[in-house]
Design a protein around this ligand. Structure first.
Ligand code: FAD
Ligand code: SF4
Length: 482
């Protein structure tokens, strides 16, 4: 009998097994505050899979995993995706099969990484392309270039409040969803705390739904994915994004098949190279990078706090209270997270993450918040994205510089600033943009730690030229900024 966790639900986990054990543990939802939409997705996916497998599955609903294992006796499991789950299965003496659902085996990544002075995503990604032959023409990248980022960073089209692309694929809820919602209502009444809104369900929970979502994206939305990958519009939640992180992270889709399907679209002349390469880079590059580095770095990496940031998350941030926020960019994105448990990459990085970095929020508390608040949040993907990429709490082991900006970037890449009470080009006074003033106050505070970083030389030189720096810093302190 093979024990599969709730993020190991696709056929690539079950095809070579006779009997399957699936466990629904309520204690998981009592450890941190989860978005209700996320709890709904996990429970719905597990219950749908158990129903599909029928007599092949033993489905145990229990308080803890330990209690479940008093009812069932699995022999093996597939490499679990968190260190905690790994330690747990290790104490049970189960045979652990190699990881599935990622493109490079962990031991191959180790061979690649061992002895390198610096680990750079772009180097790994090119190595993957060479090894796999994906988007390669012999030993050269198809189209002559490895990277089409320059074509993929357009601001949103002027005067449009939504991108002119078809809506994403939406699921139709069924009796299992209704049962999950009723159970979550009961759990809440019994004291389990959740955040955000639950419903309607927006993401796939079965293999069939995941395939439908993949095909819909590839046919209708992939061609515009690259161009507007970084753009943000207040009235467009989804832009041209794939919404595939949920089925990928639940293990319903295998990344290799997603890459194959996307590349086939380019081969058939139905999607431009920049969009296809940009998408392959997300899956085979960034997603894989986060997974591999989670295991490559020691466990203490998750506790890194090289910037010495200790500010607790304010109540309104923790509870996704968008209405309490005046800065329009932050309010729009917090509202998305409250309604959907989702926001796109640049909104996570350059609005939520940048705000938190500027204000010196505790990186571990922030990681926990992202983990609970996002429908696709799992420990392996959170640590690198939050501690490394967005908070620079690892002192630059993962990202080459802190990702933060002033309001000018937000103004260029979104329609948020037009109706905001602040002005993106003001750094002092009542209309001073908190991201612009916050950016300079952060740089001033972090300057000693960033001096040796060549990529920060220009911003730090700009900081030195600011005639009103003392005023900006005092103002931001008075506005509650450390
Ligand atoms: C602070 C922060 C927190 C994040 N937390 C998560 C998370 O909990 N879970 C998660 O899957 N992604 C996370 N990401 C990465 C990325 O924002 C999401 O994968 C993406 O927004 C999901 O929406 P999508 O499926 O429409 O993605 P698309 O924009 O359509 O991208 C396609 C796919 O690429 C993959 N991908 C792209 N970038 C990354 C990345 N940096 N890390 C991992 N996968 C990536 C995802 O599988 C995604 O589905 C985070 C990024 C930041 C900056
Ligand atoms: S002016 Fe500043 S605070 Fe307002 S939306 Fe623009 S970047 Fe955000």
């Amino acid at each position: 009998m093979r024990w599969l966790f709730a993020d190991q639900l696709g056929p690539h986990f079950t095809d070579d097994a006779d009997r399957i054990l699936l466990v629904e543990s309520r204690a998981v939802f009592e450890r941190r505050v989860y978005h209700r939409a996320k709890a709904h997705l996990i429970l719905s996916a597990l219950r749908h899979r158990a129903a599909e497998l029928g007599d092949r599955a033993q489905f145990v609903r229990s308080h803890t995993y330990g209690e479940a294992l008093r009812e069932a006796e699995p022999d093996e499991c597939v490499f679990p995706t968190s260190r905690g789950a790994q330690s747990f299965v290790a104490t049970r003496g189960l045979t652990m099969l190699p990881a599935r659902g990622f493109v490079t085996p962990i031991h191959e990544f180790r061979q690649w990484a061992d002895g390198r002075r610096r680990l750079v995503m772009e180097d790994y990604y090119r190595d993957y392309r060479r090894r796999s032959g994906v988007l390669m023409d012999g030993d050269r990248p198809v189209g002559g270039s490895w990277n089409y980022d320059a074509e993929n960073r357009e601001p949103p089209p002027k005067g449009e409040s939504r991108l002119p692309v078809p809506d994403p694929w939406w699921p139709r809820e069924d009796d299992i969803d209704a049962e999950v919602r009723a159970d979550l209502d009961r759990w809440e009444a019994e004291g389990v705390r959740f955040s955000g809104h639950d419903g309607p369900r927006r993401f796939p929970v079965t293999r069939q739904e995941a395939m439908a979502a993949l095909e819909h994206f590839i046919r209708l939305r992939l061609p515009t994915f690259g161009r507007f990958e970084d753009a943000m519009l207040a009235d467009d939640d989804w832009m041209s994004h794939s919404l595939l992180s949920v089925p990928l992270n639940l293990g319903l889709l295998d990344p290799q098949e997603v890459i194959g399907a996307v590349v086939a679209e380019y081969d058939a002349g139905r999607a431009p190279l920049a969009a296809v390469e940009g998408f392959v880079r997300q899956i085979a590059g960034w997603r894989e990078w986060m997974w591999q580095l989670y295991w490559w770095f020691p466990p203490e990496y998750a506790d890194s706090n090289e910037m010495h940031h200790t500010e607790p998350l304010p109540e309104w941030f923790r509870t996704l209270d968008a209405e309490a926020v005046t800065a329009r960019c932050l309010s729009v994105v917090l509202d998305r997270v409250q309604r959907l448990g989702w926001a796109h990459h640049i909104e996570r990085l350059m609005v939520l993450g940048s705000w938190a970095l500027q204000r010196g929020y505790d990186p571990q508390e922030l990681t926990d918040w992202f983990h609970g608040s996002f429908v696709d949040g799992y420990e392996w993907v959170m640590v690198g994205n939050v501690v490394g990429m967005s908070q620079y709490a690892d002192g630059g082991r993962l990202a080459t510089k802190p990702y933060t900006s002033g309001g000018a970037y937000i103004k260029r890449m979104s329609d948020f600033c037009g109706t905001c009470e602040y002005r993106p080009d003001r750094r002092v006074g009542p209309q001073a943009c908190p991201l612009t003033a916050g950016y300079w106050a952060f740089l001033d505070r972090a300057a000693p730690a960033l001096r040796g970083n060549r990529r920060m030389a220009q911003p730090l030189a700009g900081l030195g030229r600011l005639s009103d720096l003392a005023e900006v810093v005092a103002q931001e302190r008075a506005r509650g900024i450390p």
